[in-house]
Design a protein around this ligand. Structure first.
Ligand code: NAP
Length: 289
């Protein structure tokens, strides 16, 4: 096989991987540049992960996206992590640099780019309520700290997870006033009303998640001049966003963030600017949005 015929491998790993839409918007980006690469889903169990990641050192591999449940486990399997991935404590992108397999996290970048570009909202100096202390919540908190939010209130169904998260990010959140509010409490409703920005980084509202068509907040907390960002992208109009819209708040769904985190990964793998318009259109088409 000549060099011109070699198809480089790239893709996404997680388990299970039944509803990933990453191939639908990553493959067209490679095709757009005529790069001979095939972006595929690689469902891999926790037991199979070390052997699978070791294979990435082979020249045929360009890199990989990593999703639930491997974002933390993969840290011990790479040669090094970027400072962002180290601070977040999770990896969603693997790329190669100088012979090293490097773990990066592009979720914080994707979140901030979506908030600023599509949500027309700069978090600098703003009061923010974050719902959710899982992997996405960690990336959101690091992004908000980096962007200079002034106050951050965190609420999570299991309260101690929120307390532990703020504790573990104390160094990154040194310039912020932080607080934990009880899940679905009067306290979190007051924090929502006072917030300039509300972010849902829980799985509540996901069509195939644990609480489809539920909202983590009641309708009366929303108001004009607020931005409400739901990281969920299926459906694009969650109950939370419908409530926020009825309250005249600005709303933003999870699709732009998904595309921007993927676009940043594409740029690490290829060194080329991601064709954002194309990637967004393909992601929208894949979701039927
Ligand atoms: P994760 O690490 O598994 O965390 C799940 C979060 O959802 C936790 O805060 C969990 O609370 C909460 N949760 C789950 N079921 C709940 C319920 N029935 N009631 C209340 N809270 C519940 O997952 P993740 O990676 O953080 O992802 C969270 C969401 O963000 C998902 O919808 C995912 O699709 C979305 N996301 C979107 C993007 C994007 O690019 N748009 C990127 C990453 C993630 P407990 O701790 O109390 O269990």
């Amino acid at each position: 096989m000549t060099a011109a015929q070699i198809v480089r491998k790239v893709g996404v790993t997680g388990y299970p991987l039944s509803h990933t839409i990453s191939p639908a918007f990553q493959q067209p980006a490679f095709d757009h540049y005529g790069i001979s690469a095939s972006y595929r889903p690689y469902p891999v169990t926790a037991e199979e992960l070390p052997e699978f990641i070791a294979k990435l050192h082979e020249a045929e591999w360009l890199g990989l996206n990593v999703t639930i449940p491997h974002k933390e486990a993969v840290i011990s399997l790479v040669d090094r992590c970027t400072p962002t991935a180290e601070t977040i404590g999770a990896v969603n992108t693997l790329f190669k640099e100088g012979g090293d397999l490097v773990g990066d996290n592009t979720d914080a970048h994707g979140f901030l780019t979506a908030l600023r570009t599509d949500g027309a909202t700069d978090p600098a100096g703003k009061r923010v309520l974050v719902l959710g202390a899982g992997g996405a919540g960690r990336a959101v908190l690091v992004a908000l700290a980096h962007a200079g939010a002034s106050h951050i209130t965190l609420a999570n169904r299991h309260r101690e997870r929120a307390e532990n998260l703020l504790d573990s990010l104390r160094a990154a959140l040194h310039a912020q006033e932080t607080a934990v509010a009880g899940w679905q409490s009067a306290e979190v409703q007051a924090a929502a009303t006072a917030a300039d920005i509300i972010v849902n980084s829980t799985a509540v509202g996901m069509a195939k998640g644990p609480a489809p068509d539920e909202s983590p907040l009641p309708p009366h907390v929303f108001r004009r001049d607020q931005t409400v960002f739901d990281l969920v992208y299926t459906p694009s109009r969650t109950r939370l966003l419908r409530f926020a819209q009825a309250g005249a708040a600005r709303t933003l769904d999870g699709l732009p963030m998904l595309v921007y985190q993927g676009a940043a990964a594409f740029e690490r793998w290829t060194g080329k600017p991601a064709p954002l318009k194309l990637m967004k259109a393909k992601a929208q088409a894949a979701l039927g949005a």
